[in-house]
Design a protein around this ligand. Structure first.
Ligand SMILES: [Zn+2]
Length: 345
């Protein structure tokens, strides 16, 4: 009985071993065939889109992390909206497997933000450069020789951009700022000139209408002669001393009693005492031109009388509002006093 049993067990063990051997061999064949034809990889997808196949998941994850965290150059930060997903797969050995494809896809899906420096004027960005040092150097250069009264209010601000194309090299940025400086300085100088002009105009206006009224009478052909030799003591348009208003004539200082000749031939239209003028002669020369001779000590001609250029018409004196002997000569064109020195002396 025992013998039979032992033989039976032996028989079946032998059969089992045979089967196991067959399974093992079969499996080995299958695995070998699979390994020859296929290999294990990771399929990398982003938002469901296949971007490539890689062998080493850990390696690619590290590479991506390093890429995203990079701050080289002017990179401020990088962002990738979605991270890749990995799926373990056996793929045909012919399938192209490489890290470059995946990295390229990652780069295309990444937004890089760069940090630059803008040179500002009164908060307004004028030029953008790569480094703070460049911005500082430009400001220093612009400030050199800058008129102290022109404050460009220069400053530096950090700017973040996704595009490198708006960044200038130092030379270009310096030129932009130089042009801006020139424009600002010109603007300042024009403004100053305008103010000076306005001031001058206001000053000229204070000379009253006498200074601004252009001669409208015709002096053509009318040669005006010096009425008396002497020293000019007060010019037309002057102010000051005891004078309360603008001087409407020319004062010629000489000794009392000196003979006065008319500046040109004409007709006496006034001969008499007239307020602050004292003894006054007015001669009409035609064409709207009249001459006044004031403060005279004596008047030798009467109204209505024709006088020649060489006639002695009056004598120098100090009558009326006068502090010493002199001739106050006035030339009027259409009633407006003009500067006698434009025509005589
Ligand atoms: Zn005078």
């Amino acid at each position: 009985m025992n013998f039979i049993l032992i033989n039976w067990v032996k028989y079946y063990t032998k059969e089992a071993m045979k089967t196991l051997k067959l399974i093992t061999i079969g499996s080995a064949i299958v695995i070998t065939v699979v390994c020859i034809k296929y290999r294990p990889v990771y399929k990398v997808t982003i938002s469901g889109e296949t971007i490539g196949y890689i062998e080493n998941r850990e390696l690619i994850e590290k590479k991506i992390e390093k890429y995203i965290d990079s701050t080289e150059g002017n990179i401020a930060f990088r962002e990738i909206a979605v991270l890749p997903e990995y799926e373990f797969k056996l793929v045909n050995r012919d399938k192209n497997v490489n890290n470059q494809d995946v990295m390229l896809a990652i780069e295309n899906l990444t937004t890089t933000t760069y940090k630059f420096y803008a040179v500002t004027s009164d908060g307004e960005q004028k030029a953008v450069v790569s480094s703070k040092e460049e911005a500082e150097s430009i400001i220093n250069e612009i400030k050199t020789d800058l008129n102290k009264d022109v404050d460009l209010k220069l400053g530096i601000v950090e700017v973040f951009k996704e595009n490198k194309s708006e960044v200038s090299n130092k030379e270009t940025a310096t030129n932009i700022l130089k042009e801006f400086k020139v424009a600002k300085v010109t603007e300042y100088e024009n403004k100053k000139a305008e103010e000076a002009k306005k001031k001058a105009a206001a000053r000229a206006k204070s000379f009253a209408s006498v200074a601004t009224s252009a001669p409208t009478g015709n002096l053509n052909g009318l040669a005006l002669a010096i009425p008396v030799n002497g020293t000019v003591s007060s010019r037309f348009g002057s102010r000051g001393g005891s004078r309360s208003s603008i001087h409407t004539g020319l004062d010629i200082c000489t000794s009392s009693g000196t003979g006065i000749r008319p500046v040109a031939a004409g007709t006496v239209v006034y001969s008499g005492y007239k307020g602050s003028y004292g003894n006054l002669l007015i001669i009409d020369h035609g064409n709207g031109v009249q001459s006044y001779y004031a403060h005279c000590s004596a008047l030798y001609v009467a109204a209505g009388q024709q006088v020649g250029a060489g006639t002695t018409i009056a004598a120098v004196g100090s009558t009326g509002n006068s502090t010493g002997p002199h001739l106050h000569l006035e030339i009027r064109i259409n009633g407006n006093p003009v500067n006698p020195q434009n025509y005589i002396y």
